[in-house]
Design a protein around this ligand. Structure first.
Ligand code: RBF
Length: 157
């Protein structure tokens, strides 16, 4: 008897991706977006299989993800944005709604959504997480999206 292992591989070849990117904190978010695109291309994906959707701020990300997932034209979506704690109540509110909203989109549509939104205390932390010291969270989220896209397809076989 051998056990059954099911996992998604990291090949983006033949898969279609959506990337929903907020405009706020552009210097960081652009780096996250580029990181996400780069990850997909480096894992064998193609530019014509990537759709980038722009929204004003992180608060708007879940709705755009939901509409994109509902089209069934993407195998996975990557959400990228940057939230910097300035006004505490807004930061907490937006960050909370965002994570919960993206989970709901996944459950409702069955399409994987990866969380590439940097939540940072300050600009220095945001910089570190968007390509400097602490890696690029857009790149990492895209990798998670690739794995989940493949996993979901495998689970349907
Ligand atoms: N959007 C972000 O993506 N990152 C932020 O750090 C951010 N901070 C905000 C702070 C305040 C006080 C407000 C009112 C909005 C902020 N937004 C931010 C924009 C928010 O996600 C949304 O686009 C707007 O509130 C319009 O619905």
């Amino acid at each position: 008897m051998s056990l059954t292992r099911i996992e998604g591989n990291l090949s983006a070849s033949g898969r279609k991706f959506g990337i929903v990117a907020a405009r706020w904190n552009e210097i960081f978010t652009e780096r996250l977006l580029q990181g996400a695109i780069d990850a997909i291309l480096r894992h064998g994906g193609t530019e014509d299989a990537i759709t980038v959707v722009r929204v004003p701020g992180s608060f708007e990300i879940p709705l755009a993800c939901r509409e994109l997932c509902k089209t069934r034209k993407v195998d996975a979506v990557v959400a990228v944005g940057t939230l910097i704690r300035g006004d505490t109540s807004h930061y907490e509110l937006i960050a909370g709604e965002l994570a919960g909203g993206l989970q709901r989109v996944m459950f409702e549509t069955g399409v994987p959504v990866a969380f590439g939104v940097v939540t940072a205390e300050n600009m220095e932390q945001a910089m570190a997480r968007s390509g400097a010291k602490a890696g690029n969270k857009g790149w990492e989220a895209a990798q998670a999206a690739i794995e989940m896209a493949n996993l979901v397809l495998r689970l349907k076989e």
